[in-house]
Ligand binder design. Structure first.
Ligand SMILES: [Zn+2]
Length: 262
């Protein structure tokens, strides 16, 4: 049976929401049980900004994963919660995870934080306390082989992804899209978010210098924390369990693809 869009997202995200304080509590509990290093780099006392680390004994890959930078995209934090609770990460991968970068946005189901800043456009000028604190944490960890930024798109017809890969090194994008296509439709639009797309793959080409506002992924690549970044986008007009399943499959495929080439 093919799952159909719910057709609820009329002008924004109108699907299921999460109670972010509960999700963050469960994330901290799971991380503690499974031996992660847990840092709270938030400058405020309201809600934590967690940076989780797990260093592999025999590292063959290091990966950074972030989500929840947009408060109307619950699929990312929920997927990472499920993966942290299941604790079935592949061996030999050092992991650095920020499970929710915009906790105040989730309280009101807004893309922006509680004072109206789109944090994923604040990685050039760092006007918000969240991005400033996140930048310091990122600077404190070693560089990593790949980056995975987990998002959702309320307008998308299916799953798609952005690849930032200035040196055109071996990427797993086609493998990820192929794997996800078995559990979720791929957005086949020729234009997604105003950019040319090819069967769900977007490779933004414009020079960073001409972009006045930078997303997280661009900051990470421009600062050489990694040279290969994936931004995963799940279609949030589908049921939440369906999106977390697709996102988990995409993350696991990405890690395994890069492990098998090392
Ligand atoms: Zn987003």
């Amino acid at each position: 049976m093919m799952i159909k869009p719910l057709e609820k997202n009329n002008g924004g995200y109108f699907g299921e929401t999460i109670v972010i304080s509960d999700v963050l509590d469960r994330i901290a509990t799971a991380a503690k049980i499974h031996g992660w290093i847990i840092e709270n780099f938030s400058q405020s006392t309201e809600l934590p900004l967690y940076g989780l680390s797990r260093i592999a004994k025999h590292e063959r890959l290091s990966a950074y994963i972030s989500s929840g930078i947009h408060g109307d995209e619950p699929g990312g934090p929920l997927t990472l919660l499920e993966m942290l609770e299941a604790n079935t990460w592949p061996n030999d991968v050092s992991l650095y995870i920020c499970p929710c970068l915009n906790p105040t946005g989730f309280k009101n189901n807004t893309r922006e934080n509680s004072i109206g800043i789109d944090l994923n456009r604040d990685y050039r000028h760092f006007n918000s306390t969240e991005t400033k604190a996140h930048k310091s944490w990122i600077e404190s960890i070693p560089s990593f082989g790949i980056s995975i930024c987990v998002h959702e798109d309320w307008e998308a017809k299916g799953f798609y992804l952005y690849e930032l890969n200035p040196e055109k090194i071996n990427s797993a994008s086609l493998e990820i899209l192929n794997a996800v296509s078995s559990v979720c439709p791929i957005d086949q639009s020729e234009l997604i978010d105003g950019r040319p797309a090819n069967c769900g793959l977007l490779k933004p080409l414009e020079s960073p210098d001409v972009r006045p506002l930078w997303p997280e992924a661009l900051y990470i690549v421009q600062n050489n924390k990694t040279r290969l970044s994936y931004t995963l986008e799940a279609p949030s007009d589908f049921p939440l369990y369906f999106r977390t399943h697709a996102l988990r499959h995409a993350i696991e495929t990405t890690l395994n693809a890069h492990l098998s080439e090392n």
